[in-house]
Design a protein around this ligand. Sequence first.
Ligand code: 2X7
Ligand code: FE2
Length: 349
Amino acid sequence: MGYEPELQHPPLPAPCQLQIPALFEGSVKISREEAFSDADIIPRRMGLLMSKGEIVAGCLAPHPPHLVYAENPEQNEPTAEGGWEQLRWGYERLRESLANVEYDAIVLLSPHWQTYIGTHFLGLPSFKSLSVDPVFPNLFRYHYDLNIDIDLSRQIHDRAADAGLAVKMMENPDFRVDYGTITTGHMFNPQWDKPLVVISSNRSRDYYSVEVMQEMMIELGRVTREAILASGKKVVVLASNSLSHRHFTTESAIPEDMSKEHIASHAMHLWDMRMIEYFRTGQSQRILDEMPEFTEQAIAESDGGGLSWLLSTLDVPNYPGILHGYGTIIGTGNAIVEWPERHHKEASE
Ligand code: 2X7
Ligand code: FE2
């Protein structure tokens, strides 16, 4: 039997411009002819609306304060004789990779802003104070002054609330921003010339399990992605966390003495290399599948949910991530990885 378009669609009323509901906001206009001739209209509607915003890159961007300490920026009080160069060169490569890429905002999830009732978002236009690492106050006393993309922050917050997640905008002007956010923020963009959206780490792993935490973070990642695509903005998403996280209990006399730096154990090394292999070969689903074992056996900082959230914001990418650097810091394993989502546009649409 031949194809009979008349039988496939009910008759369309005049006028010949149709107003059809958009997926996320407003409506799109399409012609009567388009409505009939284009069997692919639903994907096109999604393309029209969702390609307005874009995730240009997603990155694993760890935050040991040692990195800022070793860089000697003017904002940090302690001074160092260098150290942890492998990782600092890794951050240089990441910055170079994005140097000619236009984007409007950075969305960052830090495991050191720990919230026990839901996920919180920095909710004022700016925050300015001194951030001190409670474990390494000798390395990190950083005077920060950062700007927030309040609109995007609220859009992600509202979508998360609509999806049934417990969320809150953090509007206390005296709130001190955690050192994870500041270290990743500084190492990724030392000029601080892009507004941030900062997302807390809901400690659902502590109350429940890695599985429950991950389910919530995958949902948060999904709504984060939707909000970004609907916002019309170009955005970089950053998960600020180490991989294996067993660290030494004593610090050497000179913290930046690299002759003392190595991974805490062979088991931690094997876990880090396994994860890096998955990053570099586009096996994101496998990372999510193995997250409970990895998080528990490597005492990994993925317990804060950042890595699961990041992979979900990227729709669980199956293209290779770029490893910009790997190194240990006081025994922990740290990888700097970029998923160049901008080169995989079909993934963003
Ligand atoms: O927060 C950290 C970390 N994730 C790893 C190593 C050392 C210090 O701080
Ligand atoms: Fe940390």
